[in-house]
Design a protein around this ligand. Structure first.
Ligand code: UDP
Ligand code: MG
Length: 319
């Protein structure tokens, strides 16, 4: 039986891998944990995959998956989750910014009954261009999800095995795994302050553009999550509102006409304002488009967003 699976997405991290592997193995041995480390090479263009293959020859606990191209961190985590066999699954970045010394503490918190334990980089060693948007992002995510975490996007997290076997991580959703867990029936979510270090080698792969994509993913999945079982609650309310608006405006126009006629005015002006009708039509078309978009979203969300990645090679899995 494996106690801990460490799942590590890798995109061009050749310099860090040997040091990281030695460090994790040392911690595991010191604490007597049975473990596996699963590296998912996410289409690196450097020697990362060669190095993963080399170190997996020396240690059978080290396993590797090689994607055919770069599919993103979420896909990499998803592939690792599907393969993980440990009772507790711990995710960690490959760049040595997360410390393997946190593993025993995270393992203990999950063993004591939590579904998810999320790291909190309280003293964060990243540039302001990352930390400021991140503060904003965390505030909005707390507000939308009702989950009181400070650092949703921390790469260092621990899960009960059952949790990772019951969620699919896609798009830029790696930032929102605690939400996926909660929505899928695992609400016991805890937090642990963890050490964080500046990037030693290479460069960060996440900029503002991916941040925005993540936000759009959050909005879509929040809506889909909320309305997929009862779409009428959403479409119905929106439709009613639009209908009511149209009804009130029309009633008002008719009233004006009758009132004007009764006073013998020429009322053509009031009723035939072209701008007014254009606005009305625009509103209706807008609502229709919105609704159509969401119907499409609802219909495709369950199928097409899962397991879009392709695995090319693997090492140490069936031994
Ligand atoms: N990563 C990945 N695929 C990508 C981008 C990043 O697997 O397309 C991995 C990367 O190798 C690292 C982790 O995701 O292990 C976090 O990336 P990074 O350190 O660049 O993010 P940051 O710490 O700057 O937010
Ligand atoms: Mg990093």
């Amino acid at each position: 039986m494996i106690q801990i699976s460490v799942v590590i997405p890798v995109f061009n991290e050749e310099e860090s891998l040997p040091e990281l592997t030695n460090w994790i193995s040392r911690v595991m041995q010191e604490h007597g944990f049975s473990y596996e480390i699963i590296f998912i090479n996410d289409g690196s263009t450097d020697r990362s995959w060669d190095i993963i293959q080399q170190i997996s020859e020396q240690n059978q606990c080290i396993k590797g998956l090689n994607f055919t191209r770069n599919y993103g961190k979420s896909a990499a985590l998803d592939a690792g989750f599907k393969r993980a066999e440990g009772e507790v699954v711990i995710t960690m970045d490959a760049d040595l910014q997360d410390s393997p010394d946190e593993i025993p503490g995270l393992f203990q918190m999950v063993s004591e009954g939590l579904d998810v334990v999320s790291g909190w980089k309280k003293e964060r060693h990243d540039p302001l261009s990352k930390t400021i948007p991140s503060k904003f992002f965390n505030g909005v995510t707390r507000w939308i999800s009702g989950i009181e975490l400070h650092d949703f996007n921390c790469g260092l997290k621990a899960y009960r095995k059952k949790v990772v076997k019951n969620i699919s991580v896609y798009g830029e959703m790696h930032r929102y795994i605690p939400l996926l867990a909660k929505w899928n029936g695992f609400p016991k979510i805890g937090e642990k302050v963890v050490q964080h270090r500046a990037r030693k080698y290479g460069y960060s792969k996440f900029g503002l553009e991916r941040f925005l994509n993540g936000f759009l993913d959050l909005i879509t999945v929040s809506f889909v999550h909320r309305y997929k079982k009862k779409p009428m609650h959403f479409f119905g309310s929106l439709g009613s509102l639009s209908f009511l608006g149209g009804f009130l405006i029309t009633s008002w126009l008719i009233f004006q006409k009758i009132y004007g006629l009764s006073k013998g005015e020429n009322v053509r002006e009031i009723v035939d304002q072209p701008l007014f009708f254009l606005a009305l039509v625009a509103i209706i078309i807008g609502v229709q488009l919105f609704v159509t978009g969401f119907i499409a979203e609802l219909m495709t969300s369950s199928q097409s967003k899962e397991a879009e990645y392709k695995i090319d090679e693997e090492v140490n899995f069936y031994k």
